[in-house]
Design a binder for this molecule. Sequence first.
Ligand SMILES: Cc1cc2nc3c(=O)[nH]c(=O)nc-3n(C[C@H](O)[C@H](O)[C@H](O)COP(=O)(O)OP(=O)(O)OC[C@H]3O[C@@H](n4cnc5c(N)ncnc54)[C@H](O)[C@@H]3O)c2cc1C
Ligand code: SF4
Length: 476
Amino acid sequence: MAVKDRVPVPELEPSVRKGNFLEVSQGYTFELAHQEAQRCLQCKVPTCVSGCPVGIDIPGFIKEIIKGNLKKSYEILKSYNYLPAICGRVCPQEVQCEGACVLNKIGKPINIGALERFVADFASQEGFEDEVGRLSFSEGISKELGNAPRKLTDLRSKKVAVVGSGPAGLTAASELGKLGVQVHVYEALHEFGGVLVYGIPEFRLPKEIVRREVLQLETLGVELIKNIPVGYAIHPKELLEKYDAVFIGVGAGTPKFMGIPGSELNGVYSANEFLTRVNLMKAYKFPEYDTPIKVGKRVVVVGGGNTAMDAARSALRLGAQVTVVYRRTEAEMPARRAEIHHAKEEGIEFLFLTNPVRYIGNETGKLVGVECIRMELGDPDESGRRRPVPVANSNFVIEADVVIEAIGTESNRFLLNQFPDLKTNKYGYIVTNEYGQTSIPKVFAGGDIVTGSATVILAMGAGKKAAEGIVKFLVY
Ligand SMILES: Cc1cc2nc3c(=O)[nH]c(=O)nc-3n(C[C@H](O)[C@H](O)[C@H](O)COP(=O)(O)OP(=O)(O)OC[C@H]3O[C@@H](n4cnc5c(N)ncnc54)[C@H](O)[C@@H]3O)c2cc1C
Ligand code: SF4
């Protein structure tokens, strides 16, 4: 195989997968992974690593695949990233490690995500996942403390509370757990994982995989405590008294709404509610799970990000004909290219340069249509993207039984307001230094609640950096 050609990852056929929630990507076999790994040039200065927010030794773990030493490969992955089976599936590698791979100059980059997933799944199948997980050390932080055993001993007497079990909280907890810190993770929901369990659907990220990797944190001594919404069940003051440091990783899951006429109609959902019902509450397994969800015949999804793609593809699998309405063009869509490609393959229709202006209901208050207007692109806005501008007198109506708004999320101020003197910016996100330290010295934060809605790996990178900050705060 020429170095420029990528080994394709087997996938379920669109006609098969669109009727169920089975995982679309089937992952590499050993033979395929081995072939793909051999394309890696093992660069002396690996640009891929600089593209990875948690700095994984990418050539290192790939080299061990080539040698057939998959346990060693897993050890390398795990020492940098405690959630490789998850990241291998959902990270936007195309704009991170793979985007920075030198092979882009002559062809396709190494499929780093698929290799990462393969090694993590193999570790689970072969049963060495927990053993490696338990013994893994923290690259970076432990290097710094390596020559200071007293400091490591000091750390074992420290207690840290982590609020929120999304990728940021889980990563902070795993990095601290690897160093022997006593960590308690408080999660408001009845499942751990944040967006990984309530947002991203089963067909992209099976929940069993999330459960498996999350529960591994317990092998590090991390205590996972669910059904505890901090701010309701425990006051932050109590955490500040009981713990030596607190990490806030509560995400930014409060949905934004279009706020157009008809928003109150029966059949108008936020993507957050729709996906939570489908994923966390397992509506797709109704009546086995007692969460009904009605999508009707025609669903309109508003938005162009990953959330919009997940909502659209979930609605399709529940039996609806789905149209995605996006106010810019395909080139500006923030969703991963692979998700857009999969959505199109499955038969989802896209209306670009289109925006809803009104939801239309019948006499019983049920949604029956969406009035839209055509848009055109004007001058760039503050995000650098060209601003969509309505085209006068271009309104038209699409029939719809359900509309799902996926136009972004924001922070929930309820908890933040209870921390005395916690500084937030004008958008309501927590202000931190580069180590995640907030205006309250013993309180650290990271992930979407600091950056606004971003990605799994950026949240993990922030959790890792904050763990480093917490260690410094605790021992120096
Ligand atoms: C539908 C959807 C699809 C996405 N797809 C992708 C993708 O494919 N790839 C990608 O990289 N990114 C994707 N993202 C973005 C990514 O999931 C987020 O950036 C990431 O999960 C943020 O991690 P976090 O730890 O900051 O917060 P979250 O994942 O939001 O986790 C926060 C956790 O804190 C808990 N919590 C909140 N308040 C409290 C409280 N008071 N007490 C206790 N617990 C609390 C919440 O219940 C939640 O479990 C997607 C997002 C969505 C919504
Ligand atoms: S940049 Fe690409 S080819 Fe080079 S080490 Fe990284 S993955 Fe391999």
